[in-house]
Design a protein around this ligand. Sequence first.
Ligand SMILES: [Zn+2]
Length: 230
Amino acid sequence: MCVATGNWRKQPPLTINPHAACMEGCQLNAYYDPGTPELVFPQFVDKGRTKYTCSSFDVVAHEAGHACLDAMAPGLLKTGRLDHKALHECFGDVSALFASLELASPAQQEVWLKKPHMGTCIAGDLTGTCIRDPHDDESISCEEHSLLKPLTRFMCQYLQHQWKNRARGVSPINILRQAQHDFLAAILLNLGSSNILTAITHYFHNHKTPIDDSYLTLLTYHFTMCSGVV
Ligand SMILES: [Zn+2]
C-alpha cells in the first residue's frame, strides 16, 4: 500500500519498538505515534501468559498501515474528525488483508478470493479470538474501530467482485494490485470532502460501477447514523 504519490510527508525514519512494556492493565494493544514517529507493540497478558503484539502479522500490518497513510496523507490524524479516524482504522485493517493476500501463494490467493465472508480477523493469531471482524456489523457504533467495518467489508467485496469478473489470464496478484491502487486513489482524490467515508464509497460507485446498490445503501445507513458526530 505504500506507493509513491510524490507528496510524502517529510519526517524522520519510523522507529519500531517491538517489545514495549505492557500498558493499560496489560490488555492487548498496539499503536502508531505520529509524533516520533514510532510503531509501538507492548507486551500483554492472555490467560496468564505474557505475549507480544509484535508477533501478530495482522497487528503489525495494521499499525504499519497507519504509518503509511500518515506519510501519504499527513494531517488526517490531526483533525479529530471521526470520519478521518475511521478511515485510518479501515486503512490499517485493509493493509493487513492486502498484506496477507500478497504473501500467500497463488493457489491460496484464489481460495481467499472465493471465500464467503472473506476478511480480516485482526489479532486472531494472538489469542484465537478476532478483536475485529468486518462482517460482524450487528453492534456497529460510531466509534472509529467500529465505524470502519462497513468500509473494510466493502473493500473485501470489491476485491471479490473484481476477481469474479476478471478478464481471462488475470492473476490474483493483478486483482490485488488494482484494488490497492483503486483504494488509494479513492482516498487521495477525496481528502477534501466533508465526509471521506461516504465520498470513497460514492467514488467507487461512480467509477467502478459493479458495486451492488443495496450494499451502498447499507453503507450510507451506517455513515449517516453517525452524521451528527462525523
Ligand atoms: Zn489502528
